[in-house]
Each structure stands twice: as C-alpha cells, then as structure tokens.
Design a protein around this ligand. Structure first.
Ligand SMILES: [Mg+2]
Length: 395
C-alpha cells in the first residue's frame, strides 16, 4: 500500500505572550567572545528564539504527520516552502530513505548543515509521524521497538543565577525524583579568575543540595576558548561531573579531541553537528565521550537512526539534545541511549520551552523517567489550542 504525499505545510509559530526576564550571566555562549558591550548585555541575547517551525505532511489516505524544528525557524520555513515541498509532493512516504536523499542532494550545494539540514529534519520527522499513523504503531516500534521499559531522564535547566535560588531549583528536581540534572555556566574567558571561581561555585552549590547519589552535568554552550577550557578543566576534574558539554565551538573538533584525551571529565557535544558525515568525523577523531545530536537538526529520524548505529559501533553513548518526543522515540529504540534530556515545563524565557505550548502529548517526567504511550500511533503529539492566543502563526 502506498501513502502519497499530497501537501506539505510549514507553519511559523511566534510567541507573543509574556516572557520571563533572565539574569545577567544566565549562560555562557559563543557570542561572549565578541568584545563589545552591546553583545554581552545578556548572556543569551543572540541565542533567544521565540519562534518555532511546525511542519505538516499530509498523505492521500488521510493522515497528517507532524514534525518540528526550533533552530532558525523563519529561514527554515522558506527552505521547506521553496525547495523541499516541491521536491517531495507525490512521493510515497514508505520510500523515506529515497525522500531523504532527494531533499539532501537537491539542497547539497548550500544546505548540508544549519538551516538546510534543520528544514530537512522537520520534514523527515513529519514523515515518520505519518508512517506510524499509517501503520497504527508508535514510531519507536518502527525503529526497533523498546530497549528499556521506560527512559531515565535528567532535568536540564539550572541556568546561572544567584546561588540561593539555584539551590532551591536543584532541590525541586531532587524532590521530583530526578537522579541526574544539568546546570549552565555563567562565566567565560573575559571574566578572568573570578569567573572561574564563580563557575565552580555553581557546581558546588548544586552538589551540596543533591549529594553524591545524583549525576551532575554542566553545559558551556560553546562559550569558552580551548585555552580557557583547559584551565577550567583543572578545577572541574575534581567535581565528579558525568560530563562537560560543548566546552568549545562546534567547529573546533581538534579542541574537543584534545580535551577528551587530556582531562578526566567526559566531554560531550554534537547538538550543533549535522548528519552521519559530521558524526563520523566526531567519532573517528575521538572528539566526544557522549554524542548529543538533536533529531530535529541532525537530519530527522532517518539520519538519527543511522547515527545511533554508528555511535554504537564506536561504543559512544547517544544522549540527544533537548527532550521532545522525536528524541525519546529514537532513544527508546537504541540500546546505546542510556538517558534522555528533559526540559521541564517553564514560563517562556529563552524559547527552548516553546514546544510545551505548541503541542499536546509531550511526555512528562515522573520520578525521573519518561514513559512512551504504546497505544498512540506515530509520535503521539498533536497541535494544542491551549495557547493559540499567545502565538502569531504564519502559514
Ligand atoms: Mg547543550
């Protein structure tokens, strides 16, 4: 039986509701190195994104698959509308590998990474959601089924803030049953030795609350130089982190490899890397101890599934970036995915929580675990109408 694509719709959701103000030194980022005051006014200013791309793939047998992407949604919409939609109308969704190759090869000259691959990812995820709906099965069953009864997850927030409120937030996750959590650093190279001390204080504050029986991770979000990271690692190596995330920019693969080889703390990365080819390079160069692609950037489920297999061959675990149900289905079907990231529901702040407001059915953590509903075909989410008044939607 065939399920022919008859329409592809890219919708741009832009939040216009209330926004929670963030602290200074909220999070390090790659833009911190730009030595100009107006850039550094707020740590995430250049990374805030208050819109989201939703893609619907409709088939001739009455199914609508839902995919989405958060990275640069406005140009991604243009890529879907102008390049991907015309390329895949009339294709059978069961030829998903052919469809992926068609989208990849027809955008290769300018696509490959970033906007081009993110747009492909959103379409590919929608195709997999539709496949599950046609088959009457959850997506993870099409990928290999369950490799665990439920997914352990870690609370991912704890942005840099005054230590007293940081401690309160960590205690909340502990009380909710999380056995792992991740914090963000607030200071980088321009903040000197004082900033290094403050970074370590963030780790010690959370550790003092959660004790030694909880895994603790810390994220740099590309905000350090290699040289600064080396100095920080002398201190961090004493703090028993499960991993240090994105210590340097994604293009500094040799920097990753050097840190991984020379430090005791495991190094993670990959949320800004793309496709099987990008991860082959990271793995062959022994650049990371943990692979963190995001399914909605890396090339969708079709690519994520292959990268899981590649990482398994290197015996490097996959722990996808961001919660979200497409990453959960990938992790459920891979023996090599021991835990998943989980962004707690939160007032709108920097944008990475917007999926909670756009979709119904995103699994909520219970006792530090995610369960996937086996009775829901596809990815198990639908568009919500609860917050529609807070969004502008461009179709
Ligand atoms: Mg990260």
């Amino acid at each position: 039986m065939k399920s022919i694509i008859k329409d592809v719709r890219a919708k741009l959701y832009t939040w216009k509701g209330p926004i929670q103000k963030i602290h200074d030194n909220f999070c390090t980022s790659a833009a911190d190195l730009l030595n100009k005051e107006n850039i550094n006014a707020d740590g995430m200013s250049t990374f805030k994104f208050l819109s989201w791309l939703v893609v619907e793939v409709e088939t001739n047998d009455g199914h609508i698959g839902l995919g989405n992407a958060a990275l640069s949604p406005k140009p991604c919409k243009s890529v879907v509308d102008n390049y991907l939609k015309p390329a895949i109308i009339g294709e059978d969704i069961w030829d998903y590998e052919h469809i992926w190759q068609k989208m990849y090869r027809q955008t290769l000259a300018w696509g490959r990474k970033g906007v081009g691959m993110t747009a492909i990812s959103a379409v590919d995820i929608a195709i997999w959601d539709a496949l599950g709906k046609v088959a009457g099965q959850p997506v993870f069953k099409l990928l290999g089924g369950k490799t665990k009864s439920k997914l352990p997850c870690y609370a991912s927030k704890l942005y840099s803030q005054p230590l007293d409120t940081l401690a309160i937030e960590a205690k909340e996750y502990l009380d909710q049953g999380f056995k792992a959590m991740k914090l963000r650093f607030g200071w980088g190279p321009k903040d000197g030795a004082e900033g290094m001390r403050k970074n370590i204080e963030l780790i010690r504050t959370v550790r003092s609350v959660v004790g030694d029986d909880v895994d603790l991770m810390a994220d740099v979000y590309m905000g350090w130089t290699f040289e600064y990271a080396k100095r920080m690692m002398r201190l961090i190596d004493n703090e028993n982190l499960r991993w240090l995330e994105e210590p340097v920019i994604a293009d500094d693969i040799d920097g990753y490899a050097d840190l991984k080889a020379s430090c005791r703390t495991p190094i993670s990365g990959g949320e800004h890397e793309y496709t099987l080819f990008g991860f082959r390079q990271l793995l062959e160069k022994k650049a990371v101890d943990v692979v963190q692609f995001d399914t909605n950037r890396v090339g969708g489920i079709t690519q994520a599934h292959k990268i899981c297999a590649l990482a398994e061959a290197f015996q490097i675990p996959v722990i996808p970036h961001a919660g979200q149900v497409h990453n959960f289905h990938i992790s459920m079907s891979s023996i090599n995915a021991p835990i998943v990231e989980y962004f707690p529901f939160w007032p709108v702040e920097i944008g990475n929580e917007l999926f909670w407001y756009i979709f119904d059915g995103e699994p909520q953590a219970k006792d530090g675990h995610i369960e996937l509903d086996e009775t829901k075909p596809g990815l198990g989410i639908e568009l919500s109408d609860k917050y529609l008044k807070d969004f502008d939607i461009e179709i």
